[in-house]
Design a binder for this molecule. Structure first.
Ligand code: GRF
Length: 211
């Protein structure tokens, strides 16, 4: 069964590309990639992959009703059921999220995000930089369902990397992003194939992977 989904991205789009590639592999291309930043490289990546781009210009940061209404119109037109945020730098309001409420006994929004820290540590911008500066021994990323708070909501997967002696801020980001690009598509695949069964399993105890 095909599950209509969309990818939202604002930047370079390495995660968006890895999701598009996984979607193609599964024979389920995204309905579109939505981008809110005029010069974001993700749009060229989507076009090169043969994926439709919906561009709705907006500022990054706080939610905006006009942006959300335009996005909802596109999402409804394509009957989108799931949204995957991949470096999308804009907050989505409760009014927007509630349009994607799941139909099952667990109450969640069918919107997924990837954040470059081991949440609840370091929400907000520059997760890898903050983890590096903290001198914590472990860092990584979190894939989670989105709720009304920023970088918050039930975890689906956390990937934990160990700090190495010769690590730098740059190497944190590079290593982290490589595994983001490998594991975010696995979450996409689980959701497209197993939907609520997969979500329910993770809500009982999310997947933790160590380097
Ligand atoms: C990634 O680190 C992601 O976790 C965060 O923003 C970055 C986006 O990178 N939300 P890219 O645009 O997917 O390359």
């Amino acid at each position: 069964m095909s599950v209509p989904y969309a990818i939202f991205a604002s930047g370079s789009g390495s995660n968006a590309l890895s999701l598009m590639e996984e979607g193609k592999r599964l024979g389920q291309k995204p309905a579109f990639v939505l981008c809110n930043v005029a010069d974001a490289p993700v749009m060229a990546k989507a076009r090169a992959s043969g994926v439709k781009v919906v561009f709705i210009e907006s500022k990054c940061g706080a939610s905006e009703a006009s942006f959300e209404q335009a996005a909802l119109d596109a999402l409804k037109e394509h009957n989108v059921q799931w949204i995957f945020l991949a470096g999308f730098m804009k907050i989505l309001s409760h009014n927007f999220l509630r349009q994607f409420k799941s139909n099952d006994s667990f109450d969640y929004f069918q919107v997924v995000n990837i954040h470059p820290s081991l949440l609840p540590d370091f929400p907000g911008l520059r997760g890898y930089e903050k983890a590096y500066a903290s001198e914590k021994e472990e860092f990584g990323f979190t894939v989670h369902l989105v709720d009304e708070k920023v970088d918050h909501g039930p975890f689906l997967l956390q990937y934990i990397l160990k700090r190495k002696n010769d690590d730098t801020e740059e190497s944190f980001k590079k290593r982290g992003l490589r595994f983001e690009n490998e594991y975010y598509p696995q979450v996409l695949s689980e959701i497209l194939k197993r939907g609520h069964t997969y979500i329910a399993e993770q809500l009982n105890g999310h997947q933790i992977i160590k380097e």
